[in-house]
Each structure stands twice: as structure tokens, then as C-alpha cells.
Design a protein around this ligand. Structure first.
Ligand code: HEM
Length: 168
């Protein structure tokens, strides 16, 4: 199989993972959250968020790993060597210029996703079913929804930098 073939596979899988992650967040904001406000789900909102949240969170972490690995293989496919990625001339070049902010944002996404998926989100979902009116419940709901929203915005920003780095 030719070198070009594997490069296209890498870019394709990279794009598909980005579509899946950003699409999942868009679906959450535009469909899931508004639909979950229906009165038929009043007592079950916590359970609903927990079930869907746990599933999507597991998928997201797999997607992050795939994005990282295919991100590096994209660079190799473009002709950069692994050693070059550790040189300052790479990061001073035009590819490095657009890749750097993308990687910083990706790092921030990993930190925020960790907080959201392993701490604030599960705690809010548990409290929503057990103590729906509690002040603590409100606090954790606000924290997880804001962390989720910021992550979504960072995802959209990453998309901008991804677009720029392929149009040098
Ligand atoms: C370690 C992390 C990442 C690295 C090293 C990386 C690297 C790259 C590289 C080198 C390309 C150019 C592919 C080509 O040769 O055409 C690319 C494209 C792209 N990346 Fe990433 N990426 C990373 C993470 C992400 C993340 C988290 C997203 C999520 C939105 C993302 C979305 C995209 C998209 C949409 C493109 C296609 C852009 C276009 O063709 O206009 N990447 N990435």
C-alpha cells in the first residue's frame, strides 16, 4: 500500500473523530438538553444525563486518543519527521505557528473534560435525583453545565485552527 494511502486514512480517521466529538456536543446542546426539560422526564433527568453522559464520555476519551495519534501521523504523512517535531524551527515555521494554539486548546479540553466527566458531571447527576432542590445540587449543575459549554467553545476554536493549518 502506498504512503499516500496511509496518509489519507490518517486524515480521514482524524476528521471522522473530530466530527463525532463536535457533533456529539452540538447534539447535546441543541437536542438533548432542551428535550430533557420535558415534564415527562421531570424525575428522571439525573438518570438520563448519567446514562448518556457516561456513554458519551467514554467515547470522547477514545476519540481524544485517536485525534492525538492521527494528528501525529498526519504530520508524518505531510513529510515531517518525528525528530523535527521537537525542534524550534518546526514551531517557528507556518505549520508550527497554527498547530501550537490548537495543541494548547486541546490540552485545556483534556483538563476540562477530566473535571466535567470524572467530578462535576457525575456528582450533579447523582444530586439531581436524590436532592433535586438542594443548593449543592444547583451549584454542581451550574459548574458542570459551564465546564461543558466552555469545552464546546474550545472545540469550535480548535476547528478554526485546524482549518488554518491546512491552508498555509
Ligand atoms: C494532538 C492533537 C492534534 C494534532 C497533532 C493534530 C494535527 C493535525 C494535522 C497535522 C492536520 C492536517 C491534516 C492534513 O495533513 O491535511 C489536522 C487536521 C485537522 N484536525 Fe487536527 N490535530 C489534533 C487534534 C485535533 C482535535 C482535538 C480536533 C477537533 C476538532 C482536530 C480537528 C481537525 C480537523 C477538522 C482537521 C481538518 C482541517 C482541514 O482539512 O481543513 N484536530 N490536525
Amino acid at each position: 500500500m502506498s504512503h499516500a494511502f496511509w496518509y489519507y486514512v490518517s486524515v480521514y480517521v482524524h476528521l471522522l473523530s473530530a466530527v463525532f466529538w463536535i457533533g456529539g456536543m452540538l447534539f447535546t446542546v441543541a437536542v438533548l438538553v432542551p428535550a430533557s426539560r420535558h415534564k415527562a422526564l421531570a424525575q428522571k433527568r439525573g438518570t438520563l444525563f448519567r446514562l448518556i453522559g457516561e456513554k458519551f464520555s467514554r467515547i470522547s476519551w477514545i476519540l481524544f486518543i485517536v485525534l492525538l495519534v492521527t494528528g501525529v501521523t498526519n504530520l508524518l504523512g505531510r513529510g515531517f519527521t518525528f525528530q523535527q517535531l521537537f525542534t524550534s524551527s518546526f514551531w517557528q515555521g507556518s505549520m508550527g505557528y497554527w498547530l501550537r494554539p490548537k495543541l494548547y486548546l486541546f490540552g485545556a479540553v483534556l483538563v476540562l473534560s477530566g473535571i466535567h466527566d470524572f467530578y462535576a458531571g457525575p456528582k450533579a447527576a447523582r444530586l439531581m435525583d436524590n436532592k433535586p432542590e438542594d443548593r449543592k445540587t444547583r451549584k454542581f449543575r451550574i459548574i458542570s453545565s459551564w465546564v461543558g459549554r466552555i469545552n464546546f467553545l474550545l472545540g469550535l476554536l480548535i476547528l478554526y485552527y485546524a482549518m488554518r493549518l491546512t491552508r498555509l
